[in-house]
Design a protein around this ligand. Structure first.
Ligand SMILES: Cc1ncc(COP(=O)(O)O)c(C=O)c1O
Length: 297
């Protein structure tokens, strides 16, 4: 999984009893660098009958969990190819990328599983919660079973056949989600419009660039992003201070996962690109309400 992500990705890995292993991101997508990952896997893994193993730790590498950063799709073709070659599952953290397409196909459709978030800050919201995507009906049924305390269906008996979770979405939240889904096309076009205006506004400004969707992808522009040149990275905090003082909400990138105390001892590759991006990225206001064509702002 990328070190450059929101903490929920690393938490989810840990909840499964697995160990996050941090990989670098690329400047082109802000997500996992598939070519650097392929080279790294070649160096550190060995193939055994029961899967792909890390030669240093002896642990099995079970899944690659890319994240579509701020809605911009990672380069899924080479990533899928690498996962297939090594027999590793692809599980997309698509929390931020509802409405984003890679080569015409919606994100969350590549791996065996993906997760979307409907948290309050996302493109559509149900107040909280999200959804699991899978094309595998058996896995889908299993996921539903596990999220409903693994209760064996019966009209009156309480029987459970596994240790499950109380993770199902309450009906009230789901109703909100249905209404929000109807508005999704409008939200997406307003966000695209806003991104276009930012792109124009920052086009001629030296030292700073507006991050545009990677070629071949259509992004939902969930969070708009400015990237400072390396030479101006030292100005990031001043930019954050001045904008926030002026009532404009801007934010730095997340602290990289491998720097957090819980994950500091986890294995990692060289993450120099993620470290550089972390120093230089600033998110700027991104609400669909700021896009044109909306009169209810
Ligand atoms: C990359 C990423 N993964 C996972 C999550 C977690 O989603 P939720 O808040 O719905 O649990 C979020 C956002 O909240 C996220 O940005």
């Amino acid at each position: 999984m990328p070190s450059l992500t929101f903490i929920a990705t690393a938490n989810a890995v840990s909840y499964c009893g697995a160990v996050p292993h941090f990989v670098d991101s690329e400047e082109k997508t802000l997500g996992v660098d598939p070519h650097k990952l392929a080279k790294y896997l070649e160096e550190i893994t060995e193939q055994r009958l029961d899967g792909c193993f890390n030669r240093h730790s002896g642990r099995r590498i079970k899944a690659v969990v890319p994240m579509h950063t701020f809605g911009h799709p990672v380069d899924l073709d080479p990533l899928t190819e690498t996962c297939n070659r090594y027999g590793i599952e692809l599980i997309e953290d698509a929390a931020e990328s509802l409405g984003s397409f890679y080569k015409g196909r919606h994100t969350g459709n590549w791996g065996r599983f993906a997760a979307l978030s409907f948290n309050g800050n996302k493109t559509i919201t149900t107040g909280g919660g999200g959804t699991i995507l899978t094309n595998d009906e058996d896995l889908g049924r299993m996921a539903k079973h596990l999220t409903t305390t693994a209760k064996v269906p019966h009209r009156w008996e309480f029987n459970h056949d596994m240790i499950g979770y109380n993770y199902r979405m309450p009906n009230i939240n789901a109703a909100l989600g249905c209404a929000q889904l109807e508005q999704l096309p409008g939200f997406l076009s307003a966000k695209r419009d806003l991104a276009g205006r930012y792109r124009q506004a920052f086009a001629g400004i030296p030292g700073i660039s507006f991050f545009s969707e990677p070629s071949g992808s259509q992004s939902n522009y969930w969070l708009n992003t400015l990237i400072l040149d390396e030479a101006h990275a030292h100005s990031r905090d001043t930019l954050l201070q001045l904008t926030n003082d002026a009532g404009i909400m801007t934010r730095p990138a997340w602290t990289l996962m491998h720097r957090l105390p819980m994950f500091a001892n986890c294995p990692k590759m060289d993450t120099s690109v993620a470290e550089s991006l972390e120093r230089r990225m600033v998110n700027i206001p991104s609400s669909a309400m700021l896009g044109s064509g909306r009169t209810d702002a």
